[in-house]
Design a protein around this ligand. Structure first.
Ligand SMILES: Cc1cc2nc3c(=O)[nH]c(=O)nc-3n(C[C@H](O)[C@H](O)[C@H](O)COP(=O)(O)OP(=O)(O)OC[C@H]3O[C@@H](n4cnc5c(N)ncnc54)[C@H](O)[C@@H]3O)c2cc1C
Length: 369
């Protein structure tokens, strides 16, 4: 039997779509399975932060590589995909970030003072503490990216839930969905919350922690400022030490979240359902104190599952079986273009780059000599 396609990708979030598009660009035939519409899982909603700063220099290198692809895609799709407004970080933690970034002199990242901060982030209350600006960071235009990729892949999409994967004697992989049974040369599983269960089905145990997350969006009170950088605030100056925020296209809305998540059971059950509401209230209280240019009442929420690896909040790794490759991690939106390309190359070359193997613990701070 001839396989239905060279590669099947399970999951049409940003990682799956990036992988499928990389495969299509390499001239491979591809099938993309998703139970629902593209971008309906952890990739949902407007805006994500693109930043180069990471604890692990290997993730900085991956982000820089992905940033190049985001630029290429902007040309390719004729749409802005990352704003040119920059990414700001506040708090004493910027010293460690700048130490890691010093290994990447090509990246325009630097400490900034009060005036430059006010220019990059006009929504922020006066702040005199340590601040840095990543000039080529910015807000990812998530829906433009998902829409353009899904459009390029429209003939490859199958809306169906995948139940099992199985290696056949013909060295193909059988995918069984609600209503289909198809074979593919290789399968790349980018199924977010669905990845660990599918991996268990072929005997792999992924140390993925399922958590729940909330992000709250506020409208600008006045005319949208022409420039609004993304924000990471670990300063504690405004009552929180783990805040991230990103502007919607046009800067009329700003989405604010705590990096804290709520741990849930493997089946998605909450020990304490009010925890999610508490996180949303803390994000709103922070916004009132730190971002006086925004309305006090949220206009939109993103409630979402997140899948985290235990060694770092930005960790990502790929597990492989003869049947398939399985991707797991968190904060992957910015990394998706480079990650997708690396996944396809690992299929065509037959070798996964060492830094993506679970043993490499990508994301963990690296000892400096
Ligand atoms: C509120 C919020 C804010 C975030 N902020 C940032 C940020 O600022 N910067 C950043 O880089 N990242 C951020 N992230 C993380 C980032 O959005 C995710 O890491 C990324 O979107 C994950 O994409 P994915 O394609 O791996 O997974 P998903 O988007 O979850 O896609 C998985 C897809 O697989 C499908 N699926 C699952 N199981 C099956 C199955 N059995 N059969 C068929 N289909 C299946 C699902 O329907 C889903 O569409 C944020 C996440 C959230 C929720």
């Amino acid at each position: 039997m001839t396989p239905n396609s060279d590669i099947a990708v399970i999951g049409a979030g940003i990682v799956g779509l990036s992988t499928a598009y990389a495969a299509q660009q390499q001239g491979l035939s591809v099938t993309v399975y998703d139970s629902g519409p593209p971008g309906g899982g952890q990739s949902a909603g407007q805006a994500r932060v693109f930043r180069h700063a990471h604890d692990d220099p290997r993730l900085v290198a991956m982000a820089a590589d992905s940033r190049e692809t985001w630029r290429e895609w902007e040309e390719d799709f004729g749409a802005e995909l990352v704003s040119s407004d920059g990414a700001v970080a506040l708090g004493p933690g910027i010293d460690d970030k700048l130490d890691v970034l010093a290994g990447f002199p090509q990246l325009p990242v630097r400490r900034i003072g009060h005036d430059e901060l006010a220019e990059a982030m006009p929504l922020l209350a006066p702040f005199d503490g340590p601040a840095m600006l990543d000039e080529t960071g910015g807000s990812i235009r998530t829906q433009a990216a998902i829409g353009a990729l899904a459009d390029r892949l429209r003939d490859s999409m199958v809306t169906d839930h995948v139940l099992t994967l199985r290696q056949t004697r013909r060295e193909t992989v059988e995918v069984r969905t609600g209503t289909r049974c198809q074979e593919h040369g290789h399968v790349v599983v980018c199924a977010g919350r669905g990845t660990a269960p599918l991996a268990r089905g072929v005997g792999l145990s992924l140390p993925v922690r399922l958590a729940a997350h909330v992000r709250v969006t506020f409208a600008a009170t006045g005319p949208p400022p022409p420039r609004v950088a993304t924000l990471q605030d670990s300063s504690g100056e405004f009552g929180e030490t783990g805040i991230y925020a990103a502007a919607y296209p046009g800067n009329s809305h700003y989405a604010v979240g705590l990096s804290e998540t709520v741990q849930v059971g493997e089946d998605g059950s909450f020990a304490e359902p009010s925890e999610l509401a508490q996180l949303a209230q803390r994000a709103a209280a922070y916004t009132k104190r730190a971002l006086p240019g925004l309305t006090a009442t949220p206009v939109e929420f993103v409630h979402c599952w997140v899948t985290e690896l235990p060694w770092n909040e930005d960790a990502v790794a790929v597990w492989q079986s003869p049947a398939a490759s399985f991707v797991a991690g968190h904060n992957l939106f910015k990394q998706a273009p480079g990650l997708g390309r690396a996944l396809v190359e690992s299929v065509t070359d037959g070798r996964l780059p060492t830094h993506l193997t679970p043993e490499a613990r990508l994301g963990e701070p690296q000892a400096t000599s």
